[in-house]
Design a protein. Sequence first.
Length: 260
Amino acid sequence: MDETRPTAARPDPPARARTRRVPATGRAPTRHRSVPPAGAAIVALCFVGVLVAVAVGAWHRAGGADSGDVAGGPRGGLATVVRIVDGDTLVVDIDGREERVRLIGIDTPESVAHDRPVECYGAEASAELARLVAPGTTVRLERDLEARDTYGRLLAYLHRTDDDLFVNEALVAGGFAEAREYPPNTAHAPRLAAAERAARTAGAGLWGACGSADVPIGPPPGAAEGLRRGSSSPPGLRVALSPTGSVASRARPRRPRSRW
């Protein structure tokens, strides 16, 4: 009887150790980690924020939309004239709220400032603005880069809606105002400067009547009452009371102008 010898079990071959293939450069390949969802959202938000900032900057440089708010007040739109303050300042109604508006890019002779002498053609400039945009007139406000001046007034170019008359330019062209740049609000500076050159050449308005801008013809409003009480006259202006109590003044050299 043959005996069958048990066959010894063959051991399993050893498992191969996994090795990374190293490229010819000798550097191990870099593993690219995927950005977690939260990180991707942050990156997307930052990108959108940059796009919005660029768009807003371009919108501001273009003069803004017809309506909307920015820091300091409405950027532009329709308004109704309430009253005239002087040749380059008026009060308008915007959606039931009164705002004082300073016209940009021009300067008219003083007529109502309590700390500045009355200047030649100041009353005429105020009357002309009242003629162009009488109370009740609907106007369109066009804004520049700055919303307000240091006095809190809205800064705007004024357009009459019924015929789109550019009021700032009309005042300069008629010799009721001089063109004056107040950076950075200079969107229409070349146009206004051209209107002033034409008015000077033609001797229109103050250029023919006064010889130049900023010619004082009297003390600030209320100065006569102040003199009766013993107060002094404004610097640079010699003021005296006549026997009848009226005020006489002597012109002084052209005064330096404040920003607005």
